[in-house]
Ligand binder design. Structure first.
Ligand code: GRF
Length: 257
């Protein structure tokens, strides 16, 4: 079984970008699999879509918590418990606090319907139209504490046509979002797989003092074989070292007595 990066998707609404990722993950060669879809809104239509695809879902309703910190702590724990290694924000309509983002440095990606750094924040399509721009698009980027400002992974461009309104432009951009997001998540997942410290679940579980027992840990068979070979070599070496030491002691005892 090839090792895949465990993806958690955060949504707030219809979840069409989530669905594009769900479809991409049906390819056995895709380097990620979605282990949880979380919505902060109980009524998000994307939840039903995920359930239909057989993906476990959770509602973590931000209004049920006394404040952002408590909401984000709950979210963090849910992600850790599900051994998530990469978080994808897909129409997630809340800004994540700097504390949360730092805990997941280089492990959160977001999609935004503009060619960043142009038009970060709300209603980027309407603002591009109001400025008379001839071109727009979408950007997938790594999330950093500053909103919509992290390193760019993938951008796709679309023309702004005469007679466009917010709806027509948003629809044209959305088509490209559905291509850009799986492309960018592939890049991130491959990067994490190459990175030897990618085993975030161990790191995170240790940080949180969670037990690794009963966790369904997926292990790269090559790494396992390498570890077994190293252990075998070490065991051989130790055995011979003990035999030689004992022999020397016996010989010394014989000569001295
Ligand atoms: C998308 O345009 C995305 O770029 C923005 O919100 C919209 C969400 O769409 N952040 P969906 O929920 O993925 O269909």
């Amino acid at each position: 079984m090839i090792r895949k990066i465990r993806i958690g998707i955060l949504i707030s609404g219809r979840g069409s970008n989530m669905n594009a990722l769900v479809e991409a993950c049906t390819d056995p060669a895709y380097p990620g699999r979605i282990v949880t879809v979380i919505s902060n809104r109980p009524q998000a239509p994307g939840l039903a879509l995920a359930q239909k695809a057989g993906i476990p879902t959770a509602v973590i309703d931000h209004t049920a918590f006394p404040g952002t910190a408590a909401f984000e702590e709950n979210l963090h724990n849910h992600l850790i418990q599900n051994e998530v290694e990469l978080i994808c924000l897909a129409g997630f309509m809340r800004l994540l606090g700097a504390g949360f983002v730092r805990k997941w440095t280089d492990r959160i990606v977001n999609i935004h319907p503009s060619l960043l750094p142009d038009y970060p924040g709300l209603q980027p399509q309407a603002r591009a139209l109001a400025d008379g721009r001839r071109e727009s698009g979408c950007t997938v980027h790594i999330v950093t504490p500053e909103m919509d400002a992290g390193p760019i992974l993938v951008q796709r461009r679309v023309p702004i046509l005469p007679g466009d309104n917010t709806e027509t432009l948003s629809a044209r951009i959305l088509e490209q979002e559905h291509l850009a997001y799986p492309e960018a998540v592939r890049v991130m997942a491959e990067r994490l797989l190459k990175n030897k410290t990618a085993n975030y679940k161990t790191e995170a579980a240790l940080q949180k003092g969670l037990s690794m027992e009963n966790h369904n840990v997926s292990v790269n068979p090559e790494e396992l074989a390498r570890a077994r070979a190293m252990w075998k070599d070490f065991a051989h070496f130790t055995k011979y070292a003990i035999i030689v030491s004992v022999s020397i002691l016996v010989l010394m005892a014989v000569f001295l007595l």
